[in-house]
Design a protein around this ligand. Structure first.
Ligand code: S3P
Ligand code: PEP
Length: 407
């Protein structure tokens, strides 16, 4: 996608589709318990892939690059008594770890085989009735393993006690799952590092839950970046003041470091992003983003574009997402003139120079690489390679971007 040097049109409204994370949780719960009326379901490809998988009865299920779908379906098929499912995905999915989840399910009595490499998809799952009630799961690789078990826990005869072992990563996503389970009528208790889930009662099973999905805060993050660089007001819909999405942290982060105030209009579920006209930018941004890893790329590109030094930690999960996001950032930020130093957990700016001529950003099959670098067109023209990657989470991204820019 060739993006010419642009300016931001003020006062435009962008309607973003429902949260991919919330939608994918609801689809699994709907399929297990059949009692949800979902509004504003995500139009992301990942959600469509999960929906399709849940409606199929074939033995082989290919989930492509949808990480949450891969992880959530692993537990889902584990309790499909008597059913054998081969769960596979894209080349990259076969490099994304799943061992901690598989071991937990094996320890609960499910038979799961690795069909290629130990610890990675594809998996052959022999669905069983789980009767055990307690399981330990290392929680430092992906919170999706914990969510996956939480989503099926209410379906087990005696519920489930999950002990989170070690450091807990992306904790906000576990809290989001617990919030959804509670709204759904499944009782959970999170104390210390133990989560207890009670079995779903028949009463709760017969009540229909109406769930209006809040729009996606990870998608909203790109408009915070655009607002920080373009310094005009943007409106976003449909969001709530009290969000269960960890990425809603973007509002506070962009207010503190880039002077973007967020005004919530409760009745319209609208956010107004308002740039402070005389904001003095900080000398340095120091931030732990363990709780909101998906907006790390957004922040790094904004800071690089504004040449504000940054030192971001808590990024241990970025290596095992759609691509190794830390090395992708390191390579592509150079093209914007920003040299960085990366470790397994951090990214830190070292120096800021002039951006290159004829910038062309590689996206490494990662939607967030494309969307996080796009706002740089407010500074200088650039090309984003393999623009279609945005479909994974935000198919309307280029159209929405176009609607708020003047060339
Ligand atoms: O549960 C979820 O919906 C997600 C959890 C996070 O993954 P990790 O827990 O692997 O960091 C996040 O990065 C991903 O985009 C969505
Ligand atoms: C990491 C992501 O998704 P998933 O893990 O579900 O593939 C993401 O959307 O940034």
């Amino acid at each position: 996608m060739k993006l010419e040097k642009s300016t931001l049109l003020g006062n435009k409204t962008v309607q973003i589709s429902g949260s991919k994370s919330i939608s994918n949780r609801l689809l699994i719960l709907e399929s297990l318990f059949n009692t949800i009326k979902i509004g504003n379901l995500s139009n992301s490809q990942d959600t469509q892939l999960l929906k399709k998988a849940l409606s199929e009865t074939t033995e082989i299920v290919d989930i492509h690059h949808a990480g949450t779908a891969m992880r959530f379906l692993t537990s889902y098929y584990s309790i499909a008594e008597g059913k054998i499912t081969v769960l596979t995905g894209s080349g990259r999915m076969k490099e994304r770890p799943i061992k901690n989840l598989v071991t937990a399910l094996q320890n609960l009595g499910v038979e799961i085989e690795y069909m290629e490499n130990e610890g990675f998809p594809p998996l052959k799952i022999h669905g069983r009735k789980i009767t055990q009630t307690q399981v330990n799961v290392p929680a430092n690789i992906s919170s999706q393993f914990i969510t996956s078990l939480l989503l099926i826990a209410g379906k087990l005869e005696n519920g489930l006690e999950i002990n989170l072992v070690g450091e807990v990563t992306s904790r906000s996503y576990i809290e989001m799952t617990l919030d959804i389970l509670t709204k759904f009528g499944i009782k959970t208790h999170f104390t210390g590092s133990t989560i207890q889930v009670e079995p779903f009662t028949t009463d709760a099973e017969t009540t229909t839950v109406n769930y209006e999905v809040e729009s996606d805060w990870s998608s909203a993050s790109y408009f915070y970046s655009i607002c920080a660089l373009g310094r005009e007001t943007i409106h976003l819909k449909s969001f709530y003041k009290e969000s269960t999405q960890g990425d809603s942290a973007i509002a506070k982060i962009y207010e503190e470091f880039f002077g973007i105030k967020t005004i919530f209009s409760e009745d319209e579920h609208k956010l107004t992003l308002q740039p402070h006209p005389n904001f003095s930018f900080p000398e340095k941004i120091i931030l732990d983003m363990n709780n909101c890893p998906d907006i790390a790329q957004t922040l790094c590109v904004t800071a690089a574009a504004l040449k504000i030094p940054f030192d971001i930690s808590g990024l241990g999960t970025l290596k095992v997402k759609e691509t190794d996001r830390l090395s992708a950032l390191h390579i592509e930020l150079k093209k914007l003139g920003t040299e960085t130093e990366i470790t397994d957990l951090t990214v830190k700016s070292i120096s800021f120079n002039e951006p290159q001529e004829n910038i062309s950003i590689k996206t490494y099959q990662d939607h967030r690489m494309a969307m996080s670098f796009a706002p740089f067109c407010l500074i200088k023209e650039l090309n984003i390679e393999e623009e279609e990657v945005v479909e994974k989470s935000y198919p309307m991204f280029w159209k929405d971007l176009e609607s708020i820019l003047i060339r």
